[in-house]
Design a protein around this ligand. Sequence first.
Ligand code: ATR
Length: 275
Amino acid sequence: MEKLYGLIGWPVSHSMSPAIHNHAFSELNISGHYHAFPVSPQGLEKAVAGLRALGISGFNVTIPHKVAILPYLDELDLSAELAGAVNTVKNSGGRLIGYNTDGQGYLQSLKEKAGELQGKNILLIGAGGAARAIFYTLSHAGCRSIDVCNRTIEKAAELIQLNPAGTFGRPLAIQEAEDILSKYDVIIQTTSIGMKPHAGKSPIRLYNAKKTCIVSDIIYNPITTELLKQAEEKGLKTVNGVGMFVNQAALSFEIWTDRIPDKKGMERIVLDNLG
Ligand code: ATR
């Protein structure tokens, strides 16, 4: 019988997850189908119960449910426990197990462009579920410091206080981060600012960034966000969100099926769809 997989988020209409996962199923001759389900914040608990009742084999979790879903799962893999957020759920004999592939997926894509991160000063913008997963993974990558700036500074402080691997970092207001931007070797944008349908805005201005700074945005739709446009105008190296999107999806796919999907084909689909 065809296995059911999916995505829950709000909104999900722009997601390319169905296209890339269904491509991977068909490439590997796996009888599976992946569907995007729009689930409002109020509907999350019932949606998870419904997916469980339907016997879904696995699903992804996106904005705004990555942290909110924790109480509705039966077990957390270490990747999700440490990140405090879930982007992948596997149904293992009726038990829903939460994983997080955002951090590893992101780190793989950053390293492809930026090389090793030893000794680098990092600025993370945002303090939500995706930021937390990336923060945790980066703090084990040997960076010198990871500062976190966020609209709500208290949430940035909470992240810093987790202090995984003893990495040094400070919580900052956006304006404070802008003032000391020349300190950073890598700037990582994890908020929803700049994403369709809210494109055209940037959470931070780059006027103080140094020439060698790498600017990265985890948003992949649009490929070039307002922030990355600013960076390109200043001649800075940029990393868009396509690599992270494909890598986190491939890691989810492996968790569900124990098979390695066609990442190049998945990336091609994303790039073709984005035009
Ligand atoms: P995700 O799980 O995908 O990270 P999230 O947990 O809802 O999503 O986090 C969203 C992030 O985007 C947060 O850092 C949020 O800032 P706050 O902590 O201040 O809410 C940030 N964000 C969302 N909308 C924003 C806006 N209009 N201006 C500034 N930051 C925003």
